[in-house]
Ligand binder design. Structure first.
Ligand code: FAD
Length: 233
């Protein structure tokens, strides 16, 4: 978000916080409001022995945000689990997108139309032994060990280019030594930028551009943003 005032409306999804389990014969699904915190849904899944969501371990934010950005880890994502997503358009039109209407792409919203507000979604899950769920959660937690957990970051800055890891490219061309104002490339993982207390949005943006330039000059690869910038940059 740009420094200073943003000339835009902001919608809070906090009130969309319903979380219901539906059981139908052997099938089980969870209907979640867009404002439900990802960690709350994961905790419910663990408590009720529902499998399929362990990939959400350590991903902050809401279900709406995670669906919008097609959040995932190690190749796992919502795509095989989502039965439908309900949205409201700018004009107030309600639409329920069925599984077949959604076109999932790496870290992109599942539709190519103008921005839509996600209100809720239905996830088809499966019963799983709690021991197994815990094992899977530990597995995903382990994958995050190399990340700057606890630091102020917005998650991965760049998408991984096909067949490559953005963090590795950034590290190889020395980006870990870069900083602008209070924004620094993380020493733990070069695809994260840490705010050391006083970074302005402009500092973070300028630092990302420096990183992008280095990778392009060194490898000829233009890294695409995974994070989104709002306002004037
Ligand atoms: C420490 C850290 C680790 C992370 N690890 C991962 C990871 O392993 N894998 C991964 O994929 N991502 C990861 N992320 C990114 C994470 O997925 C996003 O930050 C998160 O999903 C954003 O959710 P939010 O609710 O905070 O949305 P916001 O940050 O508020 O918004 C993000 C975007 O989603 C849109 N949005 C939010 N809610 C809705 C809604 N209801 N309807 C329509 N659009 C909406 C916003 O308009 C905005 O464009 C990580 C982030 C952090 C900070």
């Amino acid at each position: 978000m740009q420094d200073g005032l943003l000339n835009a409306g902001v919608i809070s999804s906090a009130a969309l916080d319903s979380l219901d389990i539906r059981e139908d014969g052997g099938a089980v699904s969870v209907e979640a409001g867009a404002g439900v915190q990802v960690r709350k849904m994961l905790a419910l899944a663990l408590e009720r022995g529902l499998g399929g969501l362990a990939f959400l371990t350590g991903i902050p934010g809401t279900i709406g945000g995670a669906l919008y950005g097609n959040a995932g880890a190690a190749g796992e994502s919502f795509a095989p689990l989502v039965e439908w997503i309900e949205t409201v358009s700018h004009a107030g039109e309600l639409r329920r997108w069925q599984r077949g209407d959604l076109s999932w792409q790496y870290r992109e919203s599942p539709w190519r139309e103008p921005p839509l507000l996600i209100t809720k979604a239905l996830f088809r899950l499966f019963y799983e032994q709690k021991n197994n769920i815990i094992k899977n959660i530990r597995h995903f937690a382990e994958l995050k060990k190399g990340q700057p957990i606890g630091a102020k970051t917005a998650g991965c800055v760049f998408k991984n280019p096909p067949g490559e890891a953005a963090g590795r490219l950034l590290e190889q061309c020395g980006c870990k030594e870069l900083s602008v104002g209070g924004a620094r490339v993380s020493q733990r993982h070069a695809n994260f930028i840490e705010n050391h207390g006083c970074a302005r949005a402009e500092d973070i943006y300028n630092l990302t551009r420096m990183c992008q330039k280095r990778v392009y000059e060194e490898f000829g690869i233009k890294l695409a943003y995974e994070i989104k910038f709002f306002g004037a940059f």
